[in-house]
Design a protein around this ligand. Structure first.
Ligand SMILES: [Zn+2]
Length: 419
């Protein structure tokens, strides 16, 4: 276990101008308020459907379209709940899209945005229908070994999703291509070899069809494991990337900073971001995240079965048992509240893993100047909240705030001297 120093966040004005801070905060704060409003509204909608007479009547009415056929009623009840949630959530999503358009972050029109939104809802619908109807129908049938069977099935579903997601779901939203041969690819594969992380390819996602935001991520398990960088991140590294020898490409990036020795920042920045992602691979963060999610899913199954055995819970949700075809709103409300309760722990673990990946990327690249440049670029191009609310950070943030990440890079520099 490596010791990961996590210094407190520095003042944003130590790394950004006042105008830059204002531009970011003016975007991020309303975005966050509306996001919270959307989240609260979703919980209220679920509560209304699960706990009130009119809400239940609506779900019962839709489920009734299947007549007395239980599986049909189960599926339609789930569809009804998700359809109402989607309809109520859509205006919030469109508002966010419009804000992105005004800020120059969106690169698609409303039509493209709505297609993406519909695809996202459809994927959510399929996954929810599969998981919930299996649970409800399983509870009706009560096979031998129930509810352990439900817990095991939940674990298998989470593992299958983690493995198949990158090849089944991600391509619904983006096209991926291997990074073309050239100095950048050579450099990144060498980096992977140095970090003793076997990678055969770095994939490039066509994120620019949707956004100007820059990002990279790792996903998948076993043979589906991959490191993905947004094409927007590569833009500043030039066409398939000059490696310090090509023409300076920083004119393409509004903030394309140059590293201390005057080479274009692009390729160094990509290498630093990829080092961070490879650190996730080396420390098996995707695997551990999946194991955590699987354990949570298993426990949730056992809790759901136990809760719906209780008379009070049955009365509160107006159902007779977990196998009641109309149990979907109650189950989804409990799932949402469980998710809310788990968020502080999950996000704290995630922030710790991110801080570790940042530290490893500094140890590997020994390039804190580029690390700070990358953080600046991520913050400016993605309009990060440079003055985040401490409570929201604690509850929901998956990554340490920008100024904590920058402070960490400065700390590394202090300890190791200027490379
Ligand atoms: Zn990360």
């Amino acid at each position: 276990m490596i010791a990961v120093p996590r210094p407190p966040a520095a003042d944003p004005l130590e790394a950004f101008t006042e105008d830059e801070v204002r531009a970011c905060v003016d975007y991020a704060k309303p975005r966050q308020r509306w996001g919270l409003a959307a989240y609260a509204t979703d919980l209220l909608v679920l509560a209304a459907l699960a706990l009130t007479g009119p809400g239940r009547a609506l779900v019962r009415g839709v489920a009734g379209l299947a007549g007395g056929w239980a599986p049909g009623r189960v599926v339609l009840a789930i569809v009804a709940v998700l359809a109402v949630r989607a309809a109520v959530g859509l205006p919030f999503s469109i508002r966010a899209f419009r804000q992105d358009t005004r800020a120059g972050l969106a690169t698609q029109g409303l039509g493209g945005f709505l297609r993406d939104w519909a695809k996202g809802r459809a994927v959510g619908l399929v996954l929810t229908v599969v998981a919930l109807s299996a649970l409800v129908l399983g509870a009706r049938w009560e096979p031998p070994g129930w509810p352990v069977v439900a817990a095991v099935a939940a674990v298998l579903l989470v593992l299958a999703l983690a493995m198949a997601g990158p090849v089944l779901i991600e391509p619904l939203f983006n096209r991926f291509r291997p990074l073309g041969p050239g100095p950048l690819r050579t450099r990144l594969l060498e980096l992977a070899a140095t970090m003793r992380v076997p990678v055969s390819d770095v994939l490039v996602a066509d994120a620019s069809r949707r956004t100007t935001r820059v990002n990279a991520y790792v996903s998948g398990l076993g043979r589906t494991r991959r490191v993905v960088v947004y094409d927007t991140l590569l833009a500043a590294a030039g066409p398939e990337a000059p490696d310090g020898s090509g023409p300076p490409a920083s004119s393409e990036a509004p903030h394309g900073p140059r590293t201390r020795d005057g080479t274009p920042g692009g390729a160094d920045e990509v290498a630093l971001v990829v080092a961070h992602e490879l650190a996730h691979v080396r420390h098996r963060d995707v695997l551990w995240g999946t194991i955590g999610a699987a354990a949570l899913a298993a426990v949730s199954m056992l809790v759901a079965v136990a809760l719906f055995d209780l008379g009070q819970v049955q009365r509160a949700f107006g159902v007779t048992e977990l196998g009641d075809p109309l149990v979907a709103p109650g189950l989804l409300l409990l799932a949402a509240l469980g998710g809310l309760a788990a968020a502080p722990v999950a996000s704290a673990i995630s922030r710790w893993a991110e801080a570790r990946a940042d530290w490893v990327s500094l140890e590997v690249t020994r390039d804190p100047v580029t690390a700070v440049a990358v953080e600046r670029r991520l913050a400016l191009e993605n309009r990060a909240d440079l003055r985040p609310n401490k409570l929201l950070l604690l509850l929901f943030a998956s990554h340490p705030q920008t100024m904590a990440r920058i402070a960490q890079a400065w700390l590394w520099q202090e300890r190791n001297g200027r490379p």
